[in-house]
Design a protein around this ligand. Structure first.
Ligand SMILES: Cc1ncc(COP(=O)(O)O)c(C=O)c1O
Length: 403
């Protein structure tokens, strides 16, 4: 399924509130906050010339978020950043003065944080980030997970000392339950999706993601002509697309949102022209993208700056994981989790179809950016799908199902 953006707001400027959330000053603040984190380092940018050649494009770059803040995914940038911001704001309120990031570990700030509980629902990665942020600042965390979240992913969140709460049903059910219980208990909801009346905190989460774009623009030899980003609720796609619009204006790259065919809430929203909740079908292997309702703020941005939408099948996602693990032509090997390679799967789909290629203006001069949004965040699942363990990727003579 491929759709160019039919929305009347396509190419309209961002709403002022969104332009501020994703603007230059905000992105600079994110990087300043990151510089205070012990385990912060820019994630690598890989060039894949052999795959670019095979796809008939000029250059292909993969921003590899597997290395982000020790958590294995870009989500590490959003939830923990929002937690830190919220603690500093609350400390400012209680102490009656502005409190800077440099004071994060001061006893009076720690005392404020100790009285706060950060709550969220998660498919896995966002909860890890919120729990890590809460541990860092000395707050409590209550993380809600639905029935489909694997025990490995639950354990990876619980190691930060978070209280884990299992919820019947899907991701959307866990979002509702987290909001209900948090409101009852006076906890702070740090959600990566937004709904009517709840926009600011998901906006901060998205603001955290802008760091990837700033790093990329410093690392790449030239700005991209095309960007493909995968979507769950649309937050990361909107953050990347929105920041690129602010950075480049009318000269921004062509932006394509990639949705799993089995959970295509952004594509269906684009088709309807307004946010829609889609029916639950079979689960998708792209577990982190399994969302059935878009984020309100994300859609407001994507309706303006997304140029096209494309779906990918589960087989596409698994093929990409294998292709990245065992590259040809001297390209570097990359560990991509089930949802990590979905943006690249969208590019591969587009490049294989002459009509889509023409509609997007993809050709031998195109420089395409995709984001490996996660590494093997569930190593057992990774090994099942790729046939080798993550640690064997890039090791000579490693074989397996996809070899
Ligand atoms: C690895 C990975 N990729 C992509 C996404 C999609 O992000 P969003 O829900 O902001 O669209 C997620 C969301 O959890 C994720 O964990």
């Amino acid at each position: 399924m491929f759709l160019t953006n039919p929305h009347p707001d396509h190419n309209a400027p961002l709403e002022p509130v969104d332009a501020e959330t994703l603007g230059m000053a905000a992105a600079e603040k994110v990087e300043r906050y990151l510089s205070h984190r012990d385990n912060h380092a820019e994630t690598p940018l890989h060039s894949l010339p052999a795959m670019a050649n095979a796809l008939g494009i000029g250059a292909l770059h993969v921003k590899d978020e597997r290395f982000r803040l020790g958590l294995g995914s870009f989500k590490a940038l959003g939830g923990s950043y929002a937690v830190i911001r919220l603690v500093l704001e609350e400390a400012g309120r209680q102490l009656g003065r502005s409190v800077d990031i440099a004071e994060l570990h001061a006893p009076e700030v720690k005392a404020v944080a100790a009285g706060m509980t950060m709550a969220c629902a998660t498919d896995g990665n966002h909860g890890r980030s919120v729990a890590q942020g809460a541990e860092l600042v000395g707050a409590k965390a209550a993380i809600f997970v639905h029935a489909g979240v694997s025990d490995e992913r639950v354990a990876a969140i619980a190691r930060f000392g978070a209280q884990m709460i299992r919820v019947e049903g899907t991701y959307d059910d866990s979002v509702g339950e987290a909001a209900r219980v948090a409101t009852e208990n006076g906890w702070t909801i740090v959600s990566d999706t937004s709904w009517p009346g709840y926009e600011r905190i998901p906006g901060l989460v998205m603001q955290g993601y802008t760091a990837m774009v700033r790093e990329f623009l410093r690392q790449a030899p030239k700005p991209p002509t095309h960007v493909f980003v995968q979507s769950g609720v649309g937050g990361v796609a909107a953050a990347v697309a929105g920041h690129l619009l602010i950075a480049f204006g009318k000269k921004r790259p062509v932006f394509v949102v990639v949705d799993p065919a089995r959970a295509a809430c952004i594509v269906e929203t684009a088709r309807a022209g307004h946010p829609v909740k889609i029916a639950h079908g079979e689960p998708t292997v792209m577990a982190m993208l399994e969302c059935y309702e878009p984020s309100l703020v994300a859609w407001r941005i994507l309706s303006r700056v997304a140029d096209a939408f494309i779906t990918v099948d589960d087989e596409d996602a698994v093929t990409v994981m294998n292709r990245l693990a065992r590259p040809s032509g001297g390209d570097p090997a990359i560990i991509a989790g089930e949802s990590g390679g979905a943006g690249l799967a969208g590019l591969i789909r587009a490049a294989a179809d002459p009509e889509i290629k023409a509609a997007l203006g993809l050709n031998t001069t195109s420089r395409v950016l995709v984001i490996n949004t996660e590494g093997a965040t569930d190593p057992k699942r990774y090994t099942e799908l790729v046939g080798i363990e993550p640690k064997e990727v890039g090791v000579k003579n490693a074989v397996g199902v996809g070899a």
